[in-house]
Design a protein around this ligand. Structure first.
Ligand SMILES: Nc1nc2c(ncn2[C@@H]2O[C@H](COP(=O)(O)OP(=O)(O)OP(=O)(O)O)[C@@H](O)[C@H]2O)c(=O)[nH]1
Ligand SMILES: [Mg+2]
Length: 462
């Protein structure tokens, strides 16, 4: 992949596409003020003004025509988002006018910025560590309050700081281990053997705890995949509609109504959920229904949470429950929704005994809405172990998770080397590797390839 130049002046519209009251066009680079001055006509030239000041003027294109009346905010290096000289031109927000202002600034010498290039420069100029740069993207993409909170905590640098501290303590340990090697002849020890073990275990323990947050962090970022599964007519589509509070899926009294896999998103108490309705499970010779059942089963296999919908009058036999149970993937959270409670006389409904330990049973009526609140509670408790405390660190990125896991593997092998009595050299190699893997999270050690893959997912102007 070609290298991205980092010293020219980049320009892009920073506000979302479409029309609005105003649009902001960002210009950043060592020559940002010079470039802006070629297009900006105000009372004074921007090159002469102090940072963090706003100036009224006009943007003029290469042909000398006025394009728009604007406000230009000047930020001087290093006190700007990118750490470079930066100008934000606030113009009128029409699609046409903002693109003409952008074009005038390109004519003046700006280069159209690539995706994430402003944030990439902010990282390269030390304004933020890599985990914070990724948090910018997470915050922009966050579709729920909980996901936004986690990204915001990461943006504040909490993850980066903690990871840096852990890395530092590993490097300190490494230095001691290596230093001790120099004195091995004299029989001098700088670290008692139990002390080495203690330090390795403490760091490994913390990395383990951090990486364990990924299972809920991932759900916050992507949304939990929830699949409604059950026999035809159990009331899956009715429940799907009830949870969405919208008549999204077709409901009829005929078994085999739903064929396609339906997917909709909803946010439950700040947690994003991707809800799927499926075709009822039964043996069929009808090609469309067979395909529907196949798709439903495949969605169920990849789901985070399964809601198995039961019509208590239809599935009393044990072998049906066993068949449904066969669709559960180990590790999946399972909620049994015992539907159609409105039809059961109080206290007379058949008692459901098909659940296993750790699985929840919730009696509901998709028709009347009874028990729906309990079902939502069951869903929330399956996704997370309660509200994520604001001061805690939650891992939401697969990249961070993998780095932590790899680092942990190295620490485990260092610990093993230590326990079998290998010399410090062997231990310190692993400890150093473990520290380097942590540095990938903050970007203290990184490659162009990693940077490209992170920033190309950003949108232009960020
Ligand atoms: N009395 C009562 N009827 C319900 C309830 N939930 C669903 N039904 C009825 O059961 C029938 C089937 O409901 P659906 O929601 O289409 O069931 P489904 O599981 O999606 O069925 P398929 O798409 O064929 O697999 C409809 O007539 C619904 O009105 C309920 O809680 N109480
Ligand atoms: Mg249905």
């Amino acid at each position: 992949m070609k290298a991205v130049p980092t010293n020219d002046t980049i320009v892009a519209i920073a506000t979302p596409p479409g029309s609005g009251a105003i649009a902001v066009i960002r210009l950043s680079g060592p020559a940002a003020l010079v470039v802006a001055d070629r297009a900006f006509k105000g009372r004074t030239s921007l090159a002469g003004v102090p940072g963090s000041t706003v100036h009224h003027g006009f943007i003029v294109n290469g042909a000398g025509e006025r394009v728009d009346e604007v406000l230009a905010t000047v930020f001087r290096a290093p006190h700007s988002y990118t750490g470079e000289d930066l100008v934000e031109v606030g113009c009128h927000g029409g699609r046409d006018v903002s693109s003409r202002v952008l074009f005038a600034l390109v004519e003046a010498g700006g280069r159209n910025a690539g995706p994430g290039e402003f944030t990439r420069r902010a990282f390269l100029n030390g304004k933020m560590d890599l985990s914070q740069a990724e948090a910018v993207m997470g915050l922009i993409a966050a579709e729920s309050r909980a996901a936004g909170r986690v990204s915001l905590a990461q943006l504040e640098g909490r993850l980066g700081r903690r990871v840096s501290e852990l890395r530092r303590s590993l490097l300190d340990l490494c230095a001691l281990l290596e230093l001790e090697l120099d004195f091995v002849e004299e029989g001098l020890t700088l670290l008692a053997r139990p002390e080495i073990e203690l330090r390795l275990k403490a760091t490994a323990g913390e990395i383990e705890c951090m990486s364990a947050t990924y299972s809920s962090g991932r759900l916050l970022r992507d949304g939990a995949g929830v699949v409604l599964l059950g026999r035809p007519n159990a009331g899956k589509s009715s429940l799907f509609n009830a949870l969405l509070r919208e008549a999204r899926a077709i409901v009829t009294p005929h078994p085999g109504t739903t064929r396609d896999l339906l997917e909709e998103s909803l946010v439950l108490r700040g947690i994003p959920i991707r809800l799927h309705d499926t075709a009822g499970l039964r043996d069929s010779q009808e090609p469309a229904e067979m395909e529907g059942v196949r798709r439903g089963i495949s969605a169920a296999t990849g789901a985070d949470i399964l809601i198995v919908v039961i019509d208590p009058e239809d599935v009393p036999e044990l072998n049906e429950i066993t068949r449904l149970r066969g669709r559960i993937t180990p590790g999946q959270k399972v909620i049994w929704a015992i539907n159609k409670q409105d039809k059961c006389k109080t206290g007379a409904g058949p008692i459901f005994t098909g659940a296993q330990e750790g699985e929840q049973i919730v009696p509901i009526s998709a028709l009347t809405g009874a028990g729906l609140h309990d079902l939502e509670e069951a869903l929330i408790s399956s996704v997370s172990t309660g509200e994520i405390p604001i001061e805690s660190i939650t891992i939401t990125s697969e990249r961070h998770f993998k780095a932590l896991k790899n680092s942990l593997r190295r620490l485990d092998s260092a610990l093993e080397a230590h326990q079998v009595g290998l010399s410090n050299e062997f231990i310190s190699v692993d400890v150093k590797e473990a520290a380097d893997l942590l540095a990938e999270i903050t970007g203290e050690i990184t490659s162009d390839e990693v940077l490209n893959s992170i920033f190309e997912r950003f949108c232009i102007g960020k």
